[in-house]
Design a protein around this ligand. Sequence first.
Ligand SMILES: Cc1ncc(COP(=O)(O)O)c(C=O)c1O
Length: 399
Amino acid sequence: MKRKTRRPETAAVHGAADLEKKNAPVATPIYQTSTFEVTDNDEQVRVTETDRYYTRWGNPTITVAEQTVAELEGMEAARTFASGMGAITTTIMALLKTGDHIVAQRDVYGGVAKFLSQWLPRLGIETTFVDTTDYEQHERAIRANTRLLYVESPTNPVLRVVDFRRITALAKKHGLISMLDGTFGTPINQHPADYGIDLVMHSGTKYLSGHADLTCGVVSGSRELITQINEARTTLGNCMDPHAAWMLIRGLKTLAVRVARQNENAMRVAEFLGRHEKVRRVHYPFLKSHAQFGLAREQMTGGGGMVTFEVEGTGLDARRVSEAMRLFTLATSLGGVESLVSIPVLTSHAMISAELREKMGVTEQMVRLSVGIENGDDLIADLEHALEAVGTRQTVSVG
Ligand SMILES: Cc1ncc(COP(=O)(O)O)c(C=O)c1O
């Protein structure tokens, strides 16, 4: 350790930053700095390509988060962003230019649908939306100027499962980049890289961080594609903060155990709802009644923590059920340790037209659950109580 010769004012500013490091820390340190000192200007020029130049370019804590996700995905590299939407918008702007065309499945997160249909046309980039699981329609929509095949699986909120093999076959045949929003699938329940998906994106706000306390996004892929995306991130300034990266690293450490528990709880919840007389329909990839059950079992190692159901009643009944819950918190978002409930037509899909919602199969009677890691019996008891609200005239007491 250096001899302490600095006065308190100096020490308060510089802290322990230049104390010699004796032993490496077990937890990754947070490099909460916007810039990095260099010895001379030649070094300054050299470090621009590293994570020790300026934090908008990169930062050692952020690098640890990115390398962890890349490794989880089985991809060469990854980049983090300030949000999931930041990851999607920056990636698409990095890879496409005016005159290019995208084929996207109809069931995409509402914010993505808005970006593709309302924002990209301003830049002269058009998108054709196709039926999510009709791959002939995907192929028919491909044009000479198509560059990107954009998919999401499982989908929000109907939990359709997209066939990665068919998507990558199409992308290969037509020379397109395939990009998957794998937020609902997590890197634990599915491994898109094994099928040849080029880019996998996550809203890290959800399962990756896992505690409803962080907003971030991550994109993984080949070093070549990530280098292009990195260039756009640096220019657009859509980077993550080092502290948020540290929280993501912390969250990632428990991802596998959280997801295993969420899979188990969600399966029980889905089976319970499937038997309930006040439930018209349950959407869960690992239920036999799911339209892509076979594909889901082949492509996924767990059904995930999301369960969507439709009440046997009206949109008002769905709202009543969501408000009557005691354990499931009424809040948008998903993937955290705590169970949440939301009404898709009022939250994730509020920003898209009723007509498009109908095509996606998103109904007013739909209730979306993000199942957490609580005791499964307690969650089922909460649902049992809340479902009593269906068909009643008044909201069930939440007292
Ligand atoms: C499937 C999916 N993709 C992307 C996003 C956007 O992520 P973020 O809110 O981190 O920008 C969300 C947000 O809910 C989502 O559910």
